[in-house]
Write a protein that binds this ligand. Sequence first.
Ligand code: ZN
Length: 192
Amino acid sequence: MKSRLPFEYQIIRSARKTLSVEIANGGVLVRSPKYLNKRKIEDILFQKQNWITKKLFISQKIIEANSGIKPLDDDDIKDLRKALSCDIKARCDAFASALGVQYKNITVRLQKTCWGSCSAKKNLNFNCLLMLCPESVRSAIAAHEVCHIKEMNHSKRFYELLYSLHPSYGEDSKWLSEHGKEIIYRYFRSVL
Ligand SMILES: [Zn+2]
């Protein structure tokens, strides 16, 4: 049977109940239950083809941006964690004192989908891969999380506070949405 899809894909069948589609290493990976035949799988892929084509394009762009750049290994991550712990603390301290608030602890770890967070207990958490982002982006994320100590939401007031602390927040978060996945890819080697 000739495929009517504009992309190639690989199928892994297992005892799972549902079908999932993943974009990995610039290709399409389908995880399928054993009972689905190829025609049924292609019907599903056909319905999802706009989404898949778009993700494939993004994924190929990310891989291209990383060509010639050495992937990060666990030693690199250790170094990045150390470096960011120091770097981000200084930024958080400055923003916290400007706002007159106090955070509890800062944790820096490796994360695939999150750059920073703030818990209800005022603990701040940052992704060590931020160390590979421009300085201004690190400040933007630090400011964002410190503002959550005062405003635990994304209301208008939250953003007013945030922009008063870090006026280039808009450009910085735009940079992150355009290039963040390229940086995540340097360790995780997958984009979704
Ligand atoms: Zn937030």
